[in-house]
Design a protein. Structure first.
Length: 193
């Protein structure tokens, strides 16, 4: 039975590494996988999923207007498709998550999504909110705060390391960096009550 999976975490927990490993496991057994990542993510170049430990794989990209049910249906019609993988799944629109759910139900293709749960202001990304609502299986990818507790939050910092508490949810190509923290240290860093 195909399922819709959501593997979520904060930044730098190794989600892309897990995605690449899972896809590799399928391919090693002779099964066909299809990889997608968000088009505006230029960290590793268009059409590629990379991980901080140095491994990577070619991937198609998706933008907010792409019909992902049609995409997966087309892939399935071209040849065998045993599992689809979606990186940066927080950038999916709500409609696209429904399209992926339909692909699971009507095409019988398992779909594994990997993404951030909340943004630097502690708010759910729309794609993640819909995945939390619709996924058949959810798994938390864990990483830790500097204090050793589980990190569930992320702060955005400018080039000088100052914590930013305002700005667009999605910021690509700037000098900002992100640090994952536990909620207590996130509250201390952002001044949130
Ligand atoms: Zn902490």
């Amino acid at each position: 039975m195909a399922k819709l999976y959501f593997h979520y975490s904060t930044m730098n927990a190794g989600k892309s590494t897990l995605l690449l490993q899972a896809s590799h496991n399928y391919r090693e057994r002779g099964m066909a996988t299809y990889l997608m990542t968000a088009r505006h993510d230029d960290r590793v170049g268009a059409g590629r999923i990379g991980s901080r430990i140095g491994i990577g794989a070619e991937a198609d990209t998706y933008g907010p207007d792409d019909d992902l049910f049609a995409r997966l249906e087309g892939e399935r019609d071209r040849g065998p498709l045993h599992c689809a993988f979606v990186d940066e799944a927080q950038f999916l629109t709500a409609a696209q998550v429904w399209q992926l759910a339909r692909a699971v139900d009507d095409l019988g293709v398992p779909v594994m999504c990997y993404g951030l749960r909340v943004d630097f202001q502690g708010r759910l990304f729309p794609g993640s909110a819909t995945l939390l609502a619709l996924a058949d299986e959810m798994r938390e990818v864990r990483t830790i705060c500097h204090c050793g507790k589980k990190a569930t939050m992320v702060v955005r910092q400018d080039a000088e390391g100052r914590v930013l508490t305002e700005g667009a949810q999605v910021q690509i190509g700037g000098n900002e960096t992100y640090v994952s923290l536990c909620r207590r240290h996130w509250r201390a860093a952002t001044g949130a009550s």
